[in-house]
Design a protein around this ligand. Structure first.
Ligand SMILES: [Zn+2]
Length: 303
């Protein structure tokens, strides 16, 4: 295969805290899909919002990936270094008439489900701080694509709203950054949690507008608590194990959460052995196209 079509996947965590079981499942799914395809697997640190990223969190999560045997290729990309590339992309969108400045505050449009586009034809209050928004109503609509697990997808981006590309405080927003960086890293396959499914239409719209290649998408089921909540730092998702036994169990549980039906004995094997088995047996067809998996009961720390 020519180099340009060789599988390249990525895991792109926000370093707002350590990884939890839900992020381990997302990392593992993307890692296995890349390795089973004989491809490369990259790590990108999404540190575009420094106030949300405590000092040292990025190195903590990289150490966690290593502990679970998830070794990446190439140098890590840090989004805080990528401002010039994002600005270039924004300038291109402005030239195309696809981005506009907006002075509105959320308080002003709180009666609406999405931002109603008041500044589309001219900014309402030019002396106020300005954000930049995407003209979601221009370009191909609806956006259609085939998710590798959840099948045919169709969204009208205008119904999702004019998403912010650059914030009033000058920080870059996720949608533009992820599209520019997926292209820069020649990512062919995006494998990530289902919570990002409805972000994909904006990203595909941006890829089209900027004439960037469109990766394939595989959205993975989310790990939820017994109350049906997505695991997150906010609802105190248990931290990943650090001790040898806990690491082996959690890796095994992550494989089970991905419906790979690992043989029971594998739970006692070190990460390298588990991953070796999992790469050889990885099957997207085995994944159930249902949105949620319950968090397994984790052994208490130190047990
Ligand atoms: Zn506005």
């Amino acid at each position: 295969m020519p180099l340009s079509t060789r599988y390249r996947g990525r895991f792109a965590p926000t370093p707002s805290g350590p990884l939890h079981f839900g992020s381990l499942v997302a990392a593992l799914g993307s890692y296995l899909d890349a390795r089973a395809a004989g491809g490369q697997w990259l790590v990108r640190i999404e540190d575009i919002d420094p106030p949300r990223c405590p000092e040292g969190a990025a190195s903590t999560l990289l150490r966690q990936l290593e502990t679970f045997g998830l070794e990446w290729d190439e140098a890590i990309m840090y989004q805080h270094t990528r401002g010039d590339a994002y600005q270039q992309a924004l300038d291109q969108l402005i030239q195309l008439g696809l981005a506009y400045p907006c002075s509105c505050s959320r308080k002003q449009w709180q009666a609406f489900d999405i931002y109603p586009g008041w500044c589309r034809e001219g900014v309402c209050e030019p002396d106020k701080p300005l954000a930049w928004r995407l003209r979601s109503d221009r370009g191909e609509r609806p956006i259609r694509w085939q998710d590798r697990l959840f099948g045919e997808q169709q969204f009208d981006p205008a119904e999702l709203g004019d998403v912010v590309l650059k914030r009033k405080d000058g920080l870059w927003a996720y949608q533009l950054a992820v599209v520019v960086d997926d292209a820069e890293q020649h990512i062919t396959d995006v494998v990530r949690g289902l919570d990002l499914l409805d972000n994909t239409p904006w990203q595909r719209q941006l890829q089209s507008a900027l004439q960037l290649p469109q990766p394939r998408y595989l959205h993975l089921p989310l790990i939820v608590t017994t109350e049906g909540q997505k695991l997150s730092k906010q609802n105190l998702a248990p931290a990943l194990a650090e001790d040898e036994r806990g690491v082996r169990q959690q890796l095994f549980q992550a494989l089970a959460a991905l419906d790979q039906a690992p043989p029971k004995d594998l739970a006692f094997e070190p990460p390298a052995t588990q991953l070796h088995w999992a790469i050889a047996h990885w099957s997207v067809a085995r994944l159930n196209p249902t949105p949620h998996r319950l968090i397994p009961l984790l052994p208490p720390a130190g047990d």
